[in-house]
Design a protein. Structure first.
Ligand SMILES: *Cc1c(COP(=O)(O)O)cnc(C)c1O
Length: 386
């Protein structure tokens, strides 16, 4: 094992230094820094539908931080603990990587040559990255004009074949579903069961980090795959007695595209949170089942509330998420009177703020000061120093 050999001199050097702390036991090859975290399939293999024959297509996704956000907890005004699961730190910048490592590994195992998805952006970025890594073609259909800049940049550079259609996400999903029935392409939207299997690992990580399940999970809802996957993960861990309780699942939709609150599909969904601009969620029945089983609820947050939470997270906590992700925190603040005192709440931050620089710049309270002369006095004065 090359890595074990490379470590030997270090171990010797330490053990000859009589003042050093007692030498640590030799590091075995599979514990070395090189292979510390090898992606969620390797970490949670026993809970996933993979075998030794499944080729693992991974970018070492998962293992994202669960970060306390005390200013959000303070805004609730009672004794509550609030943490964010920052899944924007995955390799392509969103939780979609969790599902895609599974979907693409299983596609590869089945000998698939091409995959297809409809996407508001993040699914296409993840599908493109994992498919190309697995040597598979990726076709993506996106709603023309409604995909954030960073996501489009990713899909193009990863080498997906990107088709922008003159329609919304729901129409694009309809087409790719038909495509996968009539052509040799495998669908990797969240109706692909392996996607949810991969995504449920986020719930495992939350429990592993907290030592138990939280009381509430707040989550943005688009197609409702993620809320379903989290619930699957908590239930599986509960069955295995890795946690003693189950959380209430609180799903939040943007007010302009809130079919679960309306009780019917929304034909023309609108919101600046483009990742959840979905009028007819693909996982509709599952989401309702999760709501009932977890005694959770759905609520809508306006774009103004989303932006407020988006700015709060960045300027008070140093956490930059994309607008759709901030819907989880906006929702928590909206229903804060319902939170039991002493509760632990996890808000899921589904995607990275860098995905959508346009929204950040156009909706920041902060102004860039242009055209300052490169002169110490002028710069100091511009900073407010006299
Ligand atoms: C996909 C996505 C969502 C919505 O997740 P669903 O599983 O479709 O409900 C939310 N936020 C971001 C950033 C996403 O990419």
């Amino acid at each position: 094992m090359p890595s074990a050999i490379a470590l030997t001199p270090v171990t010797i050097a330490l053990s000859t230094d009589s003042h050093s702390a007692p030498a640590e036991p030799p590091i075995s090859a599979n514990q070395s820094a090189q292979s510390g975290w090898r992606g969620l399939i390797n970490a949670y293999r026993r809970y996933l539908p993979v075998t030794d024959q499944t080729p693992v297509i991974t970018l070492h996704e998962g293992n994202t931080p669960l970060i306390p956000v005390p200013t959000i907890a303070a805004a609730i005004g009672r004794d509550v603990r609030v943490l964010v699961k920052y899944d924007g730190l995955n390799p392509t910048g969103s939780f979609k990587d969790r599902g895609m490592t599974m979907a693409i590994s299983k596609a590869k195992e089945a000998g698939v040559k091409a995959v297809i998805c409809a996407s508001t952006g993040n699914t296409s970025a993840a599908a493109a990255a994992y498919a190309r890594r697995g040597g598979i073609r990726a076709f993506v259909l996106i709603p023309d004009g409604y995909v954030a800049l960073g996501k489009l940049a990713q899909a193009l550079l990863y080498g997906a074949e990107v088709l922008a259609i003159k329609g919304n996400f729901d129409q694009a999903l309809h087409i790719v579903r038909d495509m996968s029935e009539h052509y040799p392409v495998t669908l990797v939207n969240s109706v692909n069961p392996y996607r949810l299997e991969g995504q449920k690992t986020a719930a495992f990580e939350v429990v592993d980090a907290l030592g138990d399940a939280p009381d509430w999970v707040c989550i943005p809802v688009g197609n409702a795959g993620n809320i379903t996957a989290y619930w699957m993960g908590f239930c599986q861990y509960h069955q295995e007695q890795r946690c003693t309780k189950l959380p209430r699942m609180m799903g939040f939709q943007a007010a302009g595209s809130a079919p679960f609150i309306a009780g019917h599909p929304v034909e023309h969904p609108e919101t600046l949170a483009t990742a959840i601009r979905i009028g007819n969620p693909a996982n509709w029945e599952r989401a309702i089942a999760v709501q009932h089983a977890s005694q959770g609820s759905f609520a809508a947050v306006t774009d103004a509330e989303i932006l407020e939470a988006y700015r709060l997270l960045a300027s008070n906590e140093g956490i930059f998420c994309e607008p759709a992700s901030a819907a989880s925190v906006a929702g928590l603040l909206k229903v804060k009177d319902q939170i039991p005192t002493g509760a632990t709440v996890v808000c899921v931050l589904t995607g990275n703020g860098l995905k959508d620089p346009d929204t950040a710049i156009s909706h920041s309270d902060n102004q860039l000061k242009h055209g300052i002369e490169p002169d110490l006095g002028i710069v100091a004065k511009a900073m407010g120093f006299e």
